[in-house]
Design a protein around this ligand. Structure first.
Ligand code: ANZ
Ligand code: ZN
Length: 810
């Protein structure tokens, strides 16, 4: 009987024979299959990890049997907040707890029996890895893609560190859910914005979920419009606004600057200074999210100055309002209250003029496109034509030009936390910012540091770390005390896997050019605008710096859904609804656990755990085992000599070939649940056939071989065991995946269901040559159906050829 002992037996054999060792000599058929690596946060592997890894391993096994040379590495994203927070909670040093957790998780992962290439493991918190993280930082710095600036940045008061824009979701810290605030700090950034356009364009050619691509497009936020220059009346000051609707330029009745715009002080007239100062103070307390909210009441103050609309010379008041963000466009907008919601609300509140310049709609604001009116020489042009014509005119006047803006901001990568890669920078009073020379890497993270966060970088407290000598002049210097965002570690780990033992370089160019891009990447959808964007950027940056020759890291991407507790809630220890993979595999064996995950859920959707579900899979596996063992007995008891293909043989052969075809196609598309449903049907067909008196033994022999082969990816240990019991030579995973025989799929008989009022009452086999009328007749003459219809009135009979007959009766 299959059990965890079967798992252990085959795991030992696989390891002993290096069955899954990647073949460096067969790169033409390489298939790089990657699952997002996990972070050892303290808790053990949970059902979600399994759901990410095990079905993907089944997919990879199918590919291996189809002749691919599979590379499927695994590692640990072991720096960062989860590990550090766990350490803070338990008081155990993050380095100790992390190493211990990694050991536990490795053991658990091995019990899954996946084809992981452990010899390629990457652990990001070890100096062998983060040395190259520092190297990456230095390359970006050398090429102007890493820089330091003072900026208002997102701050999480609970994690006590800055956060990248991507890590603030709807205003809250992505890690702990605390509302993020703003702080003015000098921080390090990576210049991802240099790649905005390419990051956007290349999305089109990626085989990724559409939703994820749409999220990235939205996050990059390309916006095509016009910068328009307004001169300030009675002054030589001028400023630009960014607009996507320059066709409404004649409708501008005022302009608005953001409170942080540096021109505000210069433009504010004496008598308005007090009020403007007060307004600027209050704006500081609002988050950008609040300021952008459509429902929030728009506020503003008048500056006392006026600007000149370049298109018609009209003098319009300059206001200051916090619905204008300083971090987007030019930090100033032209207001067209007749055609923009926010401007309309603002103008109504402050009694500013509202003038229509686009025809259409019954009421204002009218925000759609239309024909230009009240716009002088441009009257009659459509919005599209108008945008072009007005921009051209402004260009000829030297007062404007076409402009593309992106919402994407540079990636903030410094963190005021201990458990991360030290940023390899030294500050010298004489030489300023000095990068640590490459031959002095790694800058090691010191062990003896008080790591509890207090808002300042914990490394500041380590004199031994902080005080150093300047690599330039040899004088006294201080190290950078911040550490790198852990998303830097994960932005290139897939490159290191290929060449993880290289001590000279982060990776060998020739090697990774052969092994990458990753062919199939699988992980959670929550990474859409973080990890998946950063990794694309780093790949492109490394390409432009000459370290690799491809454009995109991940050609195909799939997301797994979330496994919820039996109560339909997110699994959590406090709710007591967690499912322990360890307990499950102890009780049922890892293949049953794996198969249940694949059969019980749509892979990309996930769903609620169901104990009955795993029990029924366990019974199903037993049933397969019994069926195979009966088949074996029959085969061993001698050949009957029957070679003909009668109806029963044809039926079995049909199911066999249909299963091969469907399982190959469905599993390839990550539709594991339907793949397993087909295997269930195959099992039924096989056990039905062996009850037959007169059996075709040679057909049975061939069939059972295919049967075990197509089970193999989904229940790998179990299938090895069955394969061995059939007397076949090790290993089934070196066998070729079966092909189906198209001729066997042409049926001359098909089973059809007979329904009465939509409920199935009987099943009959009919020749596929029959006409609808004949099928109808056959159904109505079925004895069982006849008895059920007794005394009823037949209203209608619907025939769906090859599938069913529905009799509507009262
Ligand atoms: C005048 C106008 C008239 C606008 C109209 C819209 C409709 P996207 O698509 O997001 O790029 N805008 C520009 N800079 C802004 C800032 N820093 N803060 C807040 N709003 C800003 O949006 C571009 C539009 O958002 C611009 O076009 C501008 O308003 C506003 F009938 O200009 B529009
Ligand atoms: Zn110096």
């Amino acid at each position: 009987m299959y059990s965890i002992e079967t798992d252990k037996k085959w795991q030992a054999k696989w390891e002993e024979t290096s069955l899954y060792k990647f073949d460096d000599n067969n790169l033409d058929k390489k298939l790089y299959v990657l699952e997002m690596f996990s972070y050892p946060s303290g808790s053990k592997l949970h059902a979600g990890h399994w759901f990410n890894y095990a079905p993907v391993d089944s997919w990879a096994r199918l590919k291996k049997m189809q002749g691919y040379n599979v590379f499927q590495p695994m590692g640990f994203d072991s720096f960062g907040l989860p590990a550090e927070n766990y350490a803070i909670k338990t008081g155990i040093h993050p380095s100790d707890s992390t190493e211990k957790n990694i050991a536990t998780m490795e053991k658990q992962l091995k019990s899954m029996g996946a084809m992981f290439n452990w010899e390629n493991e990457v652990i990001t918190c070890r100096p062998e890895y983060y040395k190259w993280n520092q190297w990456l930082f230095l390359q970006l710095y050398k090429h102007g893609l890493a820089y330091r600036k003072n900026a208002p940045v997102n701050w999480c008061p609970s994690c006590k560190t800055v956060l990248a824009n991507e890590q603030v979701q709807d205003g809250f810290c992505e890690r702990c859910g605390t509302e993020a605030t703003k702080k003015d700090l000098t921080q390090w950034f990576f210049k991802i914005t240099d790649y905005s356009e390419e990051l956007l364009q290349c999305l089109d050619k990626l085989d990724w979920p559409e939703k994820t691509k749409a999220m990235q497009r939205h996050w990059i936020g390309k916006s095509t419009g016009t910068n328009v220059t307004f001169k300030v009346a009675d002054s030589d000051i001028e400023f630009s606004v960014f607009t996507t609707r320059v066709d409404t330029l004649f409708g501008v009745t005022y302009v608005v600057l953001s409170p942080e715009n540096t021109l505000v002080d210069k433009l504010t007239k004496e008598e308005y200074k007090d009020e403007v100062e007060k307004y600027k103070e209050s704006a500081k307390k609002q988050s950008e999210i609040e300021r952008q909210s459509i429902t929030r009441e728009k506020t503003g103050v008048f500056s006392g100055s006026y600007a000149i609309n370049p298109i018609n010379g009209r003098k319009v008041p300059i206001w200051i309002g916090d619905y204008v963000l300083n971090t987007y466009g030019t930090g100033a907008v032209m207001a067209v209250p007749a055609h923009d919601e926010r401007d309309f609300a603002f103008a109504t509140k402050y009694k500013l003029p509202i003038e229509r310049v686009i025809e259409g709609g019954d009421s204002l604001p009218y925000v759609e496109h239309g024909k230009m009116i009240n716009s002088g020489e441009f009257n009659g042009l459509t919005t599209k034509e108008g945008k072009e014509a007005v921009t051209k005119k402004l260009e000829s006047m030297g007062l404007g030009s076409g402009k593309v803006n992106y919402r994407l901001r540079d990636w903030l990568i410094s963190r005021q936390r201990y458990w991360g890669t030290p940023i390899p920078i030294v500050y010298c009073e004489k030489c300023g910012i000095v990068p640590v020379p490459e031959d002095q890497l790694p800058v090691e993270l010191p062990y003896n540091v008080e790591f509890s966060p207090d808002g300042k970088s914990p490394l500041l407290k380590s004199e031994e770390f902080m005080n150093t000598t300047c690599p330039c002049c040899g004088g006294p210097a201080k190290r950078e005390a911040d550490t790198l965002d852990t998303f830097v570690c994960s932005s290139w780990y897939y490159l290191r896997y290929v060449d993880n033992k290289n001590s000279e370089k982060p990776f060998d160019k020739a090697k990774i050019d052969k092994m990458l891009p990753v062919d199939m990447y699988v992980g959670g959808p929550e990474h859409a605008c973080m990890h998946l964007l950063y990794a694309r950027f780093i790949t492109k940056a490394l390409r432009d710096m000459g370290f690799l020759d491809f454009d995109e890291p991940f050609l195909s991407l799939r997301h797994q859904g979330i496994i919820l507790g039996p109560d339909g809630q997110k699994m959590s220890k406090s709710k007591g609804n967690t499912i322990s993979p360890d307990d499950c595999i102890q009780e049922y064996g890892s293949d049953v656990f794996r198969m249940y995950l694949m059969f019980g859920f749509d892979y990309s959707e996930g769903g609620a755990w169901n104990d009955d579900g795993i029990k029924s899979i366990s019974k199903f596996v037993d049933r397969i085992e019994r069926t195979i063992s009966s088949v074996k007995e029959i085969i061993e008891s001698g050949d009957t000599g029957k070679t003909s293909m009668d109806a029963a043989e044809k039926e079995l052969n049909y199911t066999r070939n249909f299963s091969i075809k469907s399982v190959s196609e469905d599993a390839n598309k990550f539709q594991f649940n339907t793949s397993i449903a087909r295997i269930m049907e195959f099992t039924n067909a096989l056990s039905k056939y062996i009850q037959q008196k007169d059996k075709n033994i040679s057909l049975l022999k061939d069939t059972v071989i295919d049967f075990v082969k197509i089970i193999a990816p989904f229940a790998p240990h179990f299938a090895e065991e069955q394969w061995e019991s059939l007397g076949k030579s090790y290993s089934i995973f070196n066998e070729k995946w079966p092909d189906f025989e198209p001729n066997a799929l042409i049926r001359d008989e098909a089973e059809i269901a007979i329904q009465i009022n939509g409920k199935i009452k009987a099943k009959i086999n009919v020749s596929t040559n029959l006409k609808e009328d004949q099928i109808k007749e056959l159904s109505l003459s079925n004895e069982h159906i006849k008895s059920l219809l007794d005394g009823k009135d037949i209203k209608k009979v619907i025939v769906v050829k090859g599938r069913l007959v529905n009799i509507v009766a009262k």
